[in-house]
Design a protein around this ligand. Sequence first.
Ligand SMILES: [Zn+2]
Length: 259
Amino acid sequence: MSRAKLIDIGINLTDPMFRGIYRGTQKHQDMFYSTVGCHPTRCGEFEQSNPDQYLSELQNLIEKNKTKIIAVGECGLDFDRLEFCPKDIQLKYFEKQFDLSEQTELPMFLHCRNSHAEFLDIMRRNRDRFVGGVVHSFDGTKEEAAAIIDLDLYIGINGCSLKTEANLETLKSIPSERLMIETDAPWCGVKNTHAGSKYIKTTFPTKKKWEIGHCLKDRNEPCHIIQILEIMAAVREDDPLELANTLYNNTIKVFFPNI
Ligand SMILES: [Zn+2]
């Protein structure tokens, strides 16, 4: 059967009619989900008022949106961007957020930049306080990947994970059962100068100024996820569809365990 091409000329996805609530009960969900947590570069927010109150507000947000919030995060450490938040504040409030994963029993969406030793130290100390999770936008070494897998966690790959030949070698070393895929759009796109870019097969019409039907230059877009898959499959010498299937199943297992 050939694939049917349809254009829906009128669709209002944000209309309250689509929220899935009928006669007061939630019957179905839209396909968008979120995480709740404090990014390492924003951890200063904890101390702008009362840190305990800030944390309990995050917890309330999770409790009030239980069907939509599927992870605590993103949280972690980012020592590349200390100008936004100093190290001691990052360390303190990354660890504080394990209270959330412990109370809610949600997995974690984690961020680690140029901070591997401290990150692992905190993860190991708190590993029994959360069910599992993914270290997203991974750009570490083979050894660092192995240490994360050792903690029974997953590794998220986007354009930032595919910049150098060493990155690609690391990617090869990770079992596909431990990988997930992401764009991190609008950030972390694959640039021509990145080692992974030579494996891209699908390109999109792009303009410097926004124009309908085009991507915007230097803005990563959700559709670019196919490029990440193409690079991952080529580097690992995997069949792209098989790899996509594995990545999908890994993601379901961690973030949608009850499906
Ligand atoms: Zn991140």
